[in-house]
Design a protein around this ligand. Structure first.
Ligand SMILES: [Zn+2]
Length: 70
């Protein structure tokens, strides 16, 4: 007596053309650069907003990434 095994469902992997991905890649690259700037350099070497609030908010991240701080 044979046991009927149901066929495994098939799934198609969607493909996204590079032309559609490029704007998203550029946006996230820009966001990453802005974030790295605020973590690494802002209110250290240079300061766009005055004060030290951004430095205090990202202080642990600055140490985690090895940027000179104090
Ligand atoms: Zn520090």
């Amino acid at each position: 007596m044979a046991i009927a095994v149901p066929a495994a469902p098939t799934a198609e992997i969607p493909t996204i053309p590079l032309r559609e991905l490029l704007p998203w890649l550029l946006m996230f690259a820009l966001l990453a650069l802005i974030t790295i700037f605020f973590v690494s350099a802002d209110q250290g070497a240079i300061s766009i907003p005055s004060g030290n609030a951004i430095h205090e908010w990202v202080h642990d991240g600055r140490h985690l990434m090895g940027y000179p701080c104090h």
